[in-house]
Every structure is written in C-alpha cells, then in structure tokens.
Design a binder for this molecule. Sequence first.
Ligand code: ZN
Ligand code: ZN
Length: 349
Amino acid sequence: MTRVPALSTPFAGAPLEPTMIETRDLRDDDVRIDVKFAGICHSDIHQVREEWGSAIFPMVPGHEIAGIVSEVGSGVTRYQVGDRVGVGCMVDSCGECEFCKDGEEQFCAKGSVATYNGHGYDGEETKGGYSRQVVVSERFALRIPDRLELDVAAPLLCAGITTYTPLKRWNAGPGRKVAVIGLGGLGHMAVRIAAAMGAEVTVLSRTLAKKEDGMVLGASSYVATEDADVLSGLAKSFDIIVNTVSADLPMDTYLRLLRPLGVLVNVGLPSEALTLSPGSLIGGSRVLAGSNIGGIPATQEMLDFCAEHGIGAQVETIEANAVNEAYDRVVAGDVRYRFVIDTATITAD
Ligand SMILES: [Zn+2]
Ligand SMILES: [Zn+2]
C-alpha cells in the first residue's frame, strides 16, 4: 500500500479536509496515476452531503481526473510511465456481459464500479480523484491527447462525455438545431460540443446574465426563459433539446419547442418527478429521453473529438484549501464553468 494525501469528508455534510489515504498495490492490469487536476462535479456535492441516498464515509470524491501515469502493473499493455491519462465515473465492470462487450460499461449487468462512493468487486471502498494519486485498471484509463491541457481536460471525463453522448446519439450536426437548457458545468460543454459538431446552438437560460459567454462558447442565439413570450415564439424550433439543469422545469413548455420527431434529452437530475401531457409528445411524434455518461470507447472518442476541435472545459483552478468554498459557489451557480482542484496543493501529514 502507498499512502497519499487526499481530500476526504469524514461524515455526511462535513467539510472536506486533507488526510492521508491508502492506495492499493498495483495489480497486473493497474496503472498508478499522479493526479494533476480533479474537476468538481455537482454530483460530488450531492454525494458528500448524502443527498442521493446512503453513501460511504469517509469519502474522497472526484470522477473528473487528469494526470500522468507514474507506475504500471506487470501486465499493462496500453500505457507507459509518463503517459497523459484521465479517469471518469467508472473504474471497473464485469467485461463479459452484453453491455460491456458493446463498450457500454455504464450499463454493466453486474453493475459497474463507481470511481468513488462505491465498492470494487473485491469489496474495497473506492476513492476518487481529489487525491495526489489513484490506482485503476488500465481498461478504465483514457488517453488524453497532447493537444488538450490536463486542467481543461479533467472535466471532460464527466461533463464532456455526459453531453457528448446524447448529442451524438441524436445526430447533432450541420443543419440540425440544438437548444441547451442551462449554462453551467454541463451546459457549457454541451454548447461547445454541439457547435463543434456543426449544429446551430441556442442557449435557453433563465436570464441573459451569461449571454456573452454563451456566444463565445459557440451559441448563435441566447434566450431568457423568464420571458414567456420569447419562449412561446420558439415553438417547433429545435431538433434536439439537451436539458442540463436539475431544477424542476415545465416539460410541456419545452416539448413544444421541438420540431416534429425532435427529442428532449435529460442529463440534469431534478429532485421531483416530471409531469407532462402525453399530447405534447404525440402531437409531433416527439421523444422524451435521458442519457447516462457513456462507455469507455465513447469517452476516448469524445476526448479525441475535443482535442481535434481544440475544446476543453472552461475552468477556474483552485487550491485544495478552497474546495469547501468552491462547493458553496457551485451550489449558488457561481462558477464559470468548472472548478478544478490543483491536486499538487493537497498536503497532509
Ligand atoms: Zn460528474
Ligand atoms: Zn458487464
């Protein structure tokens, strides 16, 4: 075992604090990664505060991990010491079920292993990327292309793949009109990726406060949803709407913005059940959908796509001692658009 400094929370809702944790000895297929940057995903906050059901403490969050391979197991073939790699929301899956064989490990029949707040198949509790090092199977390490800096690449491992997957599945591209609800961590990636795919992108945000940012990120229009008249004027405008917000939205209002055969895909996770009139779907043969991250092959494809198009996340880099304040700012929507922790600043005795 190797002891490394990490940011850990001892019990639900407690602040994160520096502490020493143990990382496992390398198995044959493991790589040890010197974490350089770890993104702060809103779901980290939900889990640290135990807002998504019972969680495992002490907890080291973090599933937007970018770093450098520092050691490889004896059977590792894909990576060498010095390689630039990332780790996202999963660190293991059975590898044998139909979903794993299709590269859709997030749907593994045995249950994929969460990067943190989970148990490995050996029963060990998993610990995430707010740490100086992580040890994972090479099968769950992604190659970060040289063209992507590690700080802006880290959030791609969750926010990037979460938005890339539905945009690809529903054919965002030239001639297609995409609307993105909410310009936060997920939303700003959805705008960049949809624009890079060649789609015409509209941001639907509560106010125009971030309009300038939205246009720079690649949107061609930006609409304040608090203005009901403007919104109803957009009826039947979009082929794809990506809903990134976790607030409870009036589904019928947004479904009416879809062209016939259009899709509204949810990646935000509201706390309340959605209510809608089936007529809003049937009228235009519309689709209401959801999307959950993406498999390992798709995650690599997304990283390569982002490198090719020169897009990463827009980040605000913080030191470890600012992480609790950053959590409060994420909850308040006060970040443009992703915090990443410079993990070199995590020190513990
Ligand atoms: Zn996440
Ligand atoms: Zn499986």
